[in-house]
Design a protein around this ligand. Sequence first.
Ligand SMILES: [Zn+2]
Length: 202
Amino acid sequence: MQFTCGYSVSGKVIAVKDGDTIEILQDNKPYRLRLDGVDCPEKNQAFGQKAKEFTSSLCFGYTVRAEISENDKYGRFISRVYLPSGRILNEELLKAGYAWHYKEYNKERRLADMEDQARYKKIGLWADKDPVPPWNFRKNINSSDKPVSAAGGNFVGSANSSKFHTLSCEWGKKISKNNQVFFKTKEEAIKQGYKPCKSCKP
Ligand SMILES: [Zn+2]
């Protein structure tokens, strides 16, 4: 199905896949929406879970309106999502520092400025001095010649627990790929509520 620019759908948010991808239901038909112009950290990157929680807190269970600009090869609808308050979800993510402006696909100066503001204030993911852009992170984990750690960081934790480990810790190695959360520094892990593992003492 191809939509012309400006087509809009509205419905209740029934799922939040990650910070920048949600699902709504309109007339019993699900639409997977990829937020236009933003790219959130992947769920196994620093702040990936936080970004997802932020998006959930703003829209899960609410009725939103999405202006669709196009659909992508994954069957997602590239959208600008209007919250019940009239605010735009895409912009709220940028303002709170939970997303990068996706400059490769979106040239809006307004969005670039929002990212710059958040960077300047060092909020959200910008608390990290040198955050890895999600598009680079995806490239690295998809190429087999590079270890995951090169993209991820020096310490690993699990999305399901509050401990973090060195990359060589036997407990750290048991964390499934889907749940791995990487940190560059100990401080970064601690800032996100993780505690050092008692066995590897990172
Ligand atoms: Zn450990």
